[in-house]
Design a binder for this molecule. Sequence first.
Ligand code: ADP
Ligand code: MG
Ligand code: MG
Length: 906
Amino acid sequence: MSTVKRVYTFGNKQAEGNGKMRELLGGKGANLAEMNLVGIPVPPGFTITTEVCTEYYEKGRDAVVEMIRPEVEKAIKGIEKQTGMTFGSDTMPLLVSVRSGARASMPGMMDTILNLGLNDTAVKALAKRTGNDRFAWDSYRRFVQMYGDVVLGMKPQSKEDEDPFEVIIDEMKKERGVRLDTELSTDDLRELVVKFKAAVKERTGADFPTNPWEQLWGAIMAVFQSWMNERAILYRKLNNIPAEWGTAVNVQAMVFGNMGDRSATGVAFTRDAATGENIFNGEYLINAQGEDVVAGIRTPQQITLEGSRRWAAAQGVSEEERKAKYPSLEEAMPAAYKELFDIQEHLERYFTDMQDLEFTIQDGKLWMLQTRNGKRTGAAMLKIAMDMLAEGLIDEKTAVLRCEPAKLDELLHPVFDATAMKNAKVLTKGLPASPGAATGEVVFFAEDAAKWNRDGRKVILVRIETSPEDLSGMNAAEGILTARGGMTSHAAVVARGMGKCCVSGAGELIIDYKARTIRIGDTLIREGDWISLNGSTGEVYLGQVATKAAELNDDFTKLLGLAKKYSVMRVRANADTPGDARTAFSFGAEGIGLCRTEHMFFENTRIKAMREMILADDEAGRRVALAKLLPMQRGDFEALFEVMNGYPVTVRLLDPPLHEFVPQDEKGQREMAAEMNVSYDKIKARVDALHEVNPMLGHRGCRLGNTYPEITEMQARAIIEAAMNVEKRGIPVKVEIMVPLVGNHKELRYQRDIIEHVAEEVFAERNDKMEYMVGTMIEIPRAAVTADQIAEVADFFSFGTNDLTQMTLGFSRDDIGKFLPVYLDKGLIKADPFQTLDQNGVGQLVKTGVFKGRDVKPQLKCGICGEHGGDPASVEFCHFAGLNYVSCSPFRVPIAWLAAAHAALK
Ligand code: ADP
Ligand code: MG
Ligand code: MG
């Protein structure tokens, strides 16, 4: 005999399980047990463990039934004893519900069956016992319908199909000229049962099961089976719930909310799930059962008087009408309400979190059917955690851990007004590349975007894809929409950096730059038409959808302070301009981990000097152009250093291939020729010469500075002079000069010599000195592997995980769109490696780099500056890899802090 316990009973303030046994009993089962233990009225029942679900998929139905039969029969006996009713009895039939309940809550994802145990005899006994014919037949028809749908497979498989039972009900309501189920007569309900059964016979070829035991086994197995239904699989995928977990099954004595006007059913929250406000709230319906409240057929009523008044005010319902037609539970059933109120207080204090409750009132008596930690918005998450901390319900660490890093994002970007969004027409859907809400007029070209913006118009920049040349336009736009490119495309990365809403890779868009139109199916959108983007969902709407700005309140500041207090790692930002730096600073960044100097070269006069340098025939010519760039760069750096006020600033030397600074099309080249006063042919020849088959692996990074040392000289001078100027003004500066794309320590040695030489020159000129560091990005696999050699020459490492990912996986992040979705779908890869660090591959190189580097220099400062720096899972990895800091887009700084704190508290 096996000694494994597979069934756990509960009832009458006792339980074999408890609230800590979520893994075995599922969330619902564990909390039903716990509610019993704390003395809350719960109908008696039992839970079949999640392990049995796994066994079901291993051994099959029959084996499982045999295995659990003795325990189930015994548990049913227990319910019979407590209720005084008998399963299958002709006179006192026990009815039960069969409910699924996974470890992690999957609301509404799997199927529940109510009123099980009814048949033609039992329904009469139920009617007789309760003296309520209508109720008995209403329960019976619900049961046949649910059982038919869930167990006998009558439920429509696709959206187009209709539920055959609903069709029958609708026909009858039409015939009778009524709108609601509750308006049907008892005879109508009787007739429905007959018709339902006939439909079952017709569809399945078998009679509806009358034997309660047959019904029960069918229902239990259907719950196990529903673990693998499409809805459940999709939900698990979206929420990262492993399939191996399985679901438990709860069998529980029925209580009836549909027994008449002294009965009701409802759902409630101990605090507001949308705003977090500490106010008990919820909805209920009189004379109703199960999911009626959320089904939306009847208008549910508010539980509290205050909620009811608020509701009426919003709906324009008068106080008189409200009282007469939609009274609160507080008014309609004061005693039950009082008990419910006390219970919700008790449960919230017990679980020390906001609870989502389900209850039923049978003939004036309150029964609790479920409690769980309620789902909530980012705003509610923050407020509830900080309120509970202030109330002394939870401590600081718990408050930090209650706030999910990824959910903070919702709070940092402007948002659409919820009702406005509901009424908007969805044009298409792309990737939710950068969250937030944006609305504006469509433009196709960066210059237009900038110009329209100057004229005070709001624009959405729509491009097939973006390139660095579009930067000014992106900056001027409210949001960016692209037809191509993934979550880490240029548009996406830059938009996130700017904290700007972006939808990328909206493949249905047909963009015609010449005609200046977008076609989506049969909709044609012209330049100047309004559209709206939801960067959090990827949805694109026609027209203007109203938005509201995100507000960072005191709670937010408080949370950020706690996160900083508990995290071991520090957080910096990737910021290229003083504006970005200010944003980053206000979000709590303790330094700049990556300042990409090339972004300073794109503005009007600068791009001209840059192009002059590129066009120069020799070093002397390049030096002339670089001399023009020097004061501009120096000025930029001064501004950055001032903003960061003594926090470290890592400045990366020029990185992209030079062709990115010159126009690739003839029109642009002709314009450039005219502007620079040289022949078109010369420009074209130079652009052609710059052409590379694979620029990503071409002439870029330190390879530029090693072939044209004068570029490094100019940049080093600009950085050192700026730092000294700022220090002179009494503002402390910590500068870290970073050499990109080093694969071999000699490259770094060569660059370092140039930088040191320039620094000495400047020191001599000024007869002054300052501290500075020279380090490198580790972004080529060879650099990670030879980190010990590189560390001899470097003062710090910054892992550039964007390039490191590209080169380690051999995935070009600009071309990944073609195969990534398929790879994800087929499970060949778990997540987009450009969004979340590939810990087993790229992560190992990071660890190797840190280990080898610190072997040579134990105090070597190590950080990460790829997009991963703002991804919670990657941040956690960085913590455990021993990095000193992560650096991410300014808008992700708070998320990174919170993730770093979580990692430290785990
Ligand atoms: P879900 O996981 O979708 O919330 P539940 O198992 O909680 O499904 O069941 C849905 C609803 O069915 C409950 O909210 C409750 O109203 C009703 N219900 C479940 N079991 C019973 C019962 N024993 N007595 C009365 N109503 C029940
Ligand atoms: Mg369910
Ligand atoms: Mg429920």
